[in-house]
Design a binder for this molecule. Structure first.
Ligand SMILES: C[S@@+](CC[C@H](N)C(=O)[O-])C[C@H]1O[C@@H](n2cnc3c(N)ncnc32)[C@H](O)[C@@H]1O
Length: 255
């Protein structure tokens, strides 16, 4: 992804990006008994756990400015060079962030270095990107954004385990009414993707070719009008959640 992406697209992030309580619970379960937590790529602070001592790390002032009053203190910096001593926090978490890091492996090494007990990531397995109808049917260009080494099944897990040690992955099915408007959030509310303000809160759309996005939106709009989308995806309509390849990945250190 582009280096200063969030400087460009981060304004107004909180308009569509909020904590979803069901996903929050999965992430907080992953933090276990950690009392001190570092949130890397913290953005506006969604998913920071209550009742623990939290420090946030975020590179972009645009994002830090959107942290609500009373949010944990934020340090400006990058995952690749964390300004903290070894073992400074019981747990280090990163939510929907590591795919943005310029040097993902270096960032993961840093997470491990400053964590005493565990590292907790929430993200999508890139090799499962095709599970989502929006990608498979309308935006195949999304698949080209995935760096080659991550396209094979098991590659993400392999990299995490190489850098963090054994990793337990907990599937995170996305609720049909997910409150956090990330890429997979609207799988049962397809008309949301026609809304430019929804797309503005999703970095994938900024990373894709604008012509491809326009074409995809036009095609989806036509399919929704004609009933083609409903016919193809009738099976989704009574589902309350759906697995789209998102996981909470938990590395217990020192095992
Ligand atoms: C999709 S947002 C997620 C924000 C927040 N974790 C959340 O769940 O709402 C991705 C975040 O990663 C941050 N980010 C991008 N590059 C980074 C880097 N090299 N190190 C740390 N964070 C980075 C972005 O600035 C942005 O705040």
């Amino acid at each position: 992804m582009e280096d200063a992406l969030y400087d460009r697209i981060g304004h107004g992030y909180r308009a569509t990006r909020r904590t979803d309580p069901r996903l929050a619970q999965l992430i907080w379960n992953g933090l276990g008994d950690a009392e001190t937590v570092l949130n890397v790529g913290a953005g506006s602070g969604a998913y920071e756990p209550p009742g623990r001592s939290v420090c946030a790390l975020e590179p972009y002032a645009v994002m830090i400015a959107q942290r609500p009053l009373g949010a944990a203190r934020a340090v400006q910096g990058r995952a690749e060079a964390l300004p903290f001593d070894d073992g400074s926090f019981d747990a280090v978490m990163a939510v929907l962030s590591d795919h943005h890091w310029r040097e993902r492996q270096q960032g993961l090494r840093e997470l491990r270095r400053v964590a005493r007990r565990r590292v907790v990531l929430f993200n999508a397995d890139p090799a499962e990107a095709n599970l989502f109808w929006l990608t498979a049917e309308y935006l195949p260009g999304f698949l080209d954004l995935i760096p080659l080494p991550y396209r094979a099944a098991g590659a993400w897990q392999y990299e995490l385990e190489r850098l963090l040690g054994p990793v337990r992955r907990v599937p995170a099915p996305i609720p049909h009414d997910c409150l956090d408007g990330f890429y997979g959030a609207f799988w049962r509310r397809p008309a949301a993707y026609l809304d430019a303000s929804v797309r503005a809160g999703i970095s994938v759309f900024a990373a894709l070719d604008a012509v491809d996005v326009d074409d995809a939106v036009r095609e989806l709009r036509a399919d929704l009008r004609s009933g083609r989308w409903d016919k193809r995806h009738r099976n989704l309509c009574d589902r309350s959640d759906l697995h789209l390849g998102y996981y909470v990945a938990i590395a217990e250190l020192g095992q």
